[in-house]
Design a protein around this ligand. Structure first.
Ligand code: FAD
Length: 300
C-alpha cells in the first residue's frame, strides 16, 4: 500500500457518513430486502446468479441474532416466491459463533432446514482465524444432515490445503475459494501476494481434481485465468463450478467471464448495517475513493 493509500485508510473514520455511503453505493444493494430483490432481478436478467448477504458482523448478545435470522428467513421466502436465481451467504459470528457455539449451530440448522425445504443453497462465510475451527465444525455437523450447505476456504491461510483434504476426505464438499479478507499474522497466513495466488491455484486444482464443487471467488484476473485453465484441463461441465464476484467490482471482468461461457454469481450485500461493511471495503481498497472522486470531477 503506498503512502497516499495508507493516509486514506487512516482517514476513513474521519470521512462523513454520507460520503462513505456515496462511495459504497455501487457495492451495496441498499438497506432493505426489496432493494436486494431489485438488484438480483437485474443480475438474473443479465445472466448472472446471486448470493444474498444480510450485512452485519459479530454480535455481543444472543438476542442480536434474531433480526438478521428473520431477514434471512424472509430472503428464503422471497427467493422461492419470486423464483430468483439466488442463494444465501451467512456469517457465523452474526449468528453468535463466538458467543455460544450450540446456539449458533441451532440457528444455522433452522436456516439450512428452511432453505432445504425450498430447494435453496446456504453458504457459510469464513471469517477471521479465531472462527475457523468452529466454522468448520458447524459445516461438518450440518452437512451430515443436509446437502444444501457449503463452506468457504481462504488461500492466505497456511492451513487451507490441509483443511481442503480433511473436508474432502469426509465426503462431497461444496467450496467457495477466496484469498481471504481479514488481517492475519504471518505465523498462520501467507502475506506475500504471489504466494497467496500460488496457494489459491494449488488448492483450487486439488478441489477440482477431486470432484468438489467450487465457487471461484476472485477479481484477480490471473486467478480467473487459472480457474479457466483448470476447468478446461479437467473437462468440467459448466454446472460443476462457478465464478463469483462482489457486487460493484470490475463490471468488465464480469462480462469477460460470462462471454467466455462460464457461470457467474454476484455477492449482493444489503441491510441497515452498511456502514461497517463499507468502511472495511474502503480500507481494503482505498482506490475506490479515487474512482469515485474522478467521476465526481469528470476527470479522465
Ligand atoms: C463472492 C465473494 C465472496 C467472498 N467471501 C469471503 C469470505 O467468506 N471470507 C473472506 O475472508 N473473504 C471473502 N471474500 C473476499 C476475498 O477474500 C478477497 O478479500 C477479495 O475478493 C479481494 O481479493 P481478489 O481475489 O479479488 O484479489 P485482489 O488482488 O485483492 O483484487 C483484484 C482486483 O480486484 C479489485 N477489487 C478487489 N476487491 C475489491 C473491492 N472490495 N472493491 C473494489 N475493487 C476491488 C481491485 O481492482 C483489485 O486490483 C469474498 C470475495 C468474493 C468475490
Amino acid at each position: 500500500m503506498n503512502l497516499i493509500n495508507r493516509l486514506l485508510v487512516l482517514g476513513i473514520p474521519l470521512v462523513p457518513k454520507p460520503l462513505v455511503q456515496y462511495f459504497s453505493r455501487p457495492y451495496i444493494a441498499g438497506e432493505t430486502l426489496a432493494d436486494a430483490v431489485r438488484v438480483i432481478k437485474e443480475l438474473n436478467s443479465q445472466g448472472m446468479m446471486a448470493t444474498m448477504d444480510v450485512l452485519g458482523e459479530e454480535i455481543s448478545v444472543r438476542e442480536e441474532a434474531a433480526t438478521p435470522k428473520n431477514i434471512y428467513h424472509q430472503a428464503l421466502e422471497v427467493i422461492q416466491s419470486e423464483n430468483l436465481d439466488a442463494n444465501i451467504s451467512i456469517k457465523p459470528t452474526q449468528m453468535g459463533l463466538k458467543l455460544d457455539l450450540a446456539f449458533c449451530l441451532k440457528t444455522f440448522r433452522e436456516l439450512v432446514e428452511d432453505a432445504h425445504k425450498r430447494g435453496i443453497f446456504v453458504r457459510i462465510d469464513m471469517e477471521d482465524s479465531e472462527a475457523t475451527d468452529d466454522t468448520l465444525g458447524i459445516y461438518n455437523e450440518l452437512r451430515k444432515e443436509y446437502d444444501n450447505v457449503g463452506i468457504v476456504l481462504q488461500s492466505y491461510m497456511r492451513r487451507t490445503l490441509a483443511d481442503t483434504d480433511m473436508l474432502m476426505n469426509d465426503g462431497p464438499t461444496d467450496f467457495r475459494l477466496c484469498k481471504g479478507i481479514y488481517n492475519e499474522s504471518r505465523r498462520i497466513a501467507y502475506k506475500d501476494r504471489e504466494l497467496i495466488r500460488r496457494n489459491f491455484t494449488l488448492v483450487l486444482e486439488r478441489m477440482l481434481r477431486e470432484g468438489a464443487y467450487v465457487g471461484i471467488a476472485t477479481h484477480d484476473e490471473q486467478l480467473v485465468w487459472e480457474g479457466m485453465r483448470l476447468v478446461r484441463e479437467f473437462g468440467l461441465a459448466k454446472d460443476k463450478y462457478e465464478f463469483q464476484m462482489l457486487l460493484g467490482v470490475d463490471p468488465e471482468l464480469r462480462k469477460i467471464i460470462l462471454e467466455a461461457g462460464h457461470r457467474l454469481r454476484i455477492y449482493v450485500p444489503f441491510g441497515e448495517m452498511w456502514y461497517p461493511y463499507s468502511t472495511r471495503r474502503l480500507k481494503e481498497n482505498p482506490q475506490m475513493a479515487y474512482y469515485v472522486l474522478r467521476n465526481i470531477f469528470h476527470a479522465g
